[in-house]
Design a protein around this ligand. Structure first.
Ligand SMILES: [Zn+2]
Length: 138
């Protein structure tokens, strides 16, 4: 069988208009974050999961894509976690999110089962002092 593309969360997201798409870079989207470290540990079946670290030198996108090659629309929203942290003024946060995608036929016409991938995400943020005195911009 030919390997036909299965779009991931970020591909699907690119077709939508949401915060990140409108705002462009990480810095523009999160102007009150001075420094950050994000660790994503992927755990899944049938494939080699990927662990990745992000920081200001290498910022994440809105979504971290699922690396399960059978998964359709898979990934986890990093942007959602950062927005939640920003609203609650959290400096550290750990969560385990399951993949939003599903294993299906190419182009997603048929759904076989939910993707079993999980993402363990650990975030440490440092807010800019100026912003920490104000209410959150989102
Ligand atoms: Zn997945």
């Amino acid at each position: 069988m030919v390997d036909i593309e299965r779009p991931k969360a970020s591909d699907m997201f690119n077709k939508q208009t949401e915060l990140f798409a409108k705002k462009g870079t990480f810095e523009e989207a999160y102007p009150d974050i001075e420094d950050f470290q994000i660790e994503v540990e992927e755990a899944g079946l049938h494939y080699q999961p990927i662990n990745e670290r992000f920081d200001p030198e290498q910022p994440p996108g809105e979504y971290f894509n699922c690396h399960n090659s059978r998964c359709y629309g898979g990934g986890v929203s990093i942007g959602k976690i950062l927005q939640k942290m920003g609203r609650e003024r959290l400096e550290t946060f750990e969560t385990t999110e399951s993949c939003k995608g599903y294993e299906g036929s190419p182009k997603g016409r048929r759904k076989y089962q939910n993707c079993e991938t999980c993402f363990k995400i650990k975030v440490t943020l440092k807010y800019k002092l100026y912003f920490s005195a104000l209410s959150h911009p989102y």
